[in-house]
Design a protein around this ligand. Sequence first.
Ligand code: ADP
Ligand code: MG
Length: 610
Amino acid sequence: MGKIRKLPQELINLIAAGEVVERPASVLKELLENSIDAESARITVNITDYGKGLIEVIDDGIGMNEDDAILAFEQHATSKIQKSEDLENIVTLGFRGEALASISSVAQRVDLETKTDKGESIHINIENSKLTKSTSTKVDRGTKISIYNIFENVPARKKFLKSDNTELKYLINTFLEIALVNLNIHFEIYHNSKLQYRLTKANNIKDRMFEIWGNTANNFYAPRIVETDLCKIELVLEKPENAKKNTNIQYIYVNGRKVDSKVISMAAKEAYQGFIHKDLKPSYIILIHIDPRLVDVNVHPRKLEVRFLDPQGIFRTVFSTIRKSLELNTKDELKKALEINNDFKNHTYKSESDNFISSLNQKSNLKGQDFTYPTIKPKFSKVQDAISFNKALFEPTTNGNEAPEISSVQESIKEEPLKITQFFNTYIVYEREDELIFIDQHAAAEKITFEKLLYSLGSVKTKPLLIPTVIDLKPHEKEIILNKKNDLEELGIVIEDFGGTSIQLVEIPEFAQNINVQDYLHEIINNKDDFSFLSREYADIKISNELYDLLALTACHGSIRAGQKLSESEMLNIINGLKTLKQPNNCPHGRPTSWKISKNQIEKNFKRAF
Ligand code: ADP
Ligand code: MG
């Protein structure tokens, strides 16, 4: 080990920057927080090249005078606290005075133009750590800060950035997370000069949710505000019947700052227990307003965590507030459901959707109530339509692949089954020699579609649509879809830019005539592709994770669903289809396609055998 040396200031800045400025989205977060702390009423964000080119925030806040504008870029220079006691009473989003110093040390160039109410307009430029100042032509009060080519000179960090689309998603999410709760600020965000979101001032959070998520906001109950001795809680809770397996709307804010809080998320999870199936996750927005002296925000470099002085108190308060809200709201829903039931007496309803299952689970907790549920419209209008989708897939492969290996499942389904039945419109069951075989019809059909698609990548038979479908998207959604244009084409899905924020669908695979394109495209957009740079091996083929996900998604949307009644020949098609697969044991998401139980095991259960 060598001699100890004091690091030069530039290097110190870089090291500190590593903690604060992890990716373009962290730059945006810091800049937006500064604009909010500066009491802005209007904030505009301009991004180019997924944040790698420019990240610019323009506000109409209090601005800075000349001395402050220069000082702002020094490490630990802040106007927000002065002495150590102030740390216990933080009411602003920033307080460490680190962000601008860190950002300017990892960007190739920074421009700041700022003006206070009365003062002159100032322009600061920083390039290669050299600061120059001049006068600016800015006439209105406020600050415009432009960060160019972030990480251009920091290859170590640049290397860890994810795909362009993912970084853009992070940027947009960061923007939305902040905009969601700052209702009296008008926000706009542009990417490559295209408007992504315009959020006008809102009266309540539900209005802003509608602006951001559209009709998804209907999945939530009306906001509720409850005041306790400890804190004020504002809740926007998802209706239990809308809960899904995955959600990214679990937002927790403490005094306006979005944070990860185990205490609060655990309390919410517990509170939803019994209202939703245990495998589902509720969406929610929880805002806690608490005396700043009762919470420490100075525990994480990026201010993502907080420490409560009384965590148990917070847990109890959040838990019981959510619980009570859900009880009150579901009681109302139950009343409505019973009214519906009177109209539909003596009918049995079938449904295929997960929603339905969740509503069953949820409602079965409401003891002593015996009623049926309105049907949920299936994805395919006719079962026959769904079958025809799959039919083309059951034809033998023609591309000369080697005979598949025989796996345990194939062993079991080698021979034509004798008796074959469908249970719960979801499982195919049959007897073979000394075994009972169970097949999950969706998992199996999905896997068959998946392999067929995989082995005919690039040569999927397509059919032009008589009337192309035009689909309206949000601008960043359109960008994500257009970036996948080539991959989609490999799968036989041909899309074209239709101008504005629309795309049009012109060709789809021959066997996919009934795919619900809207749902399908939206799922592609929301698919997390964080590991898209990795590749996967499937049997003898190597494909990128991104393409694998796309294939899995297409297979899922284009295959027979759970909950569909099948005829015997349709069941046989699935069984025969499974036989041709290279890897028949699991669906593309990893769930088993089938399992079996031996006669011997059954006899053991009945104590006929030991
Ligand atoms: P912090 O926000 O923790 O104080 P920053 O490095 O983010 O540290 O900012 C340093 C200082 O620059 C702030 O304390 C504030 O006085 C000033 N500042 C930064 N951005 C703005 C802005 N948009 N409007 C007015 N003042 C700003
Ligand atoms: Mg700041």
